[in-house]
Write a new protein. Structure first.
Length: 212
């Protein structure tokens, strides 16, 4: 027999659904409390040894720590990098503007040591940084100064590697632009062969600029 409850949540069979719901809530609360406790106990000195999960195979631990150590992940950065906005300084003077038209901006640049990774190729972070700058520049060909551009999403695909001294052409083009959103596509191609190395898609929110 089905009994209608005065509780606005739902109808239920007496002694069945509601107790199960309470048990589930109790389990969830216990799990959250356990997680918070574990998080507090794992707060540690960044210079101490890493916490290794029980059951983690020694071979895998060695591979992971060896890889990170090989990249110098824990090495102190050079003193020259302690300046404000140092990352942007790495890109200063990197891009050469080739053409600007409505909805399209093209630039070229060479892979120099400052933006190369450990393996001698263009660093993935540098690809994203250049893509963002290209996207902003391209968006500004259709979005006026009366609106601010806020980056909502940046997706990058790494299709191949561009090694040191390779010259690339970055081609930013407008996908669509409306009242509130502007979408830009950026392609990176090797200048000599035309081979596609990287692609990026950026979505901007067009917001009215504040009036002072």
């Amino acid at each position: 027999m089905i009994t209608v409850s005065a509780c606005p949540i739902a109808s239920y069979k007496v002694g069945m659904k509601m107790p199960r719901l309470k048990q589930r809530n109790n389990r969830e609360e216990t799990s959250m409390a356990t997680l918070k406790t574990q998080t507090r106990t794992q707060t540690r000195d960044p210079n101490s040894s890493p916490i290794i999960s029980e059951g983690m195979p020694d071979e895998h631990v060695t591979l992971v720590t060896g890889f990170l150590s090989h990249l110098g992940i824990s090495d102190a950065p050079p003193e020259t990098s302690a300046t404000k906005d140092f990352y942007s300084d790495l890109l200063s003077g990197l891009l050469k503007v080739d053409s600007i038209t409505r909805g399209r901006v093209m630039c070229s640049f060479s892979v120099i040591p400052a933006v190369a990774n450990h393996y001698g190729g263009l660093h993935g972070g540098a690809v994203a940084a250049v893509a963002e700058r290209m996207a902003v520049a391209c968006a500004r060909t259709v979005v006026g100064a009366e609106k601010e551009l806020f980056l909502g999403e940046l997706r990058v695909s790494y299709l191949s590697s561009a090694q040191l001294n390779v010259e690339l052409v970055a081609d930013g083009s407008l996908v669509k632009s409306g009242r509130n959103i502007t979408v830009i596509s950026v392609e990176f191609r090797v200048k000599t062969s035309g081979k596609l190395a990287y692609t990026a898609h950026a979505t901007f929110y067009n917001m009215p600029a504040p009036k002072l």
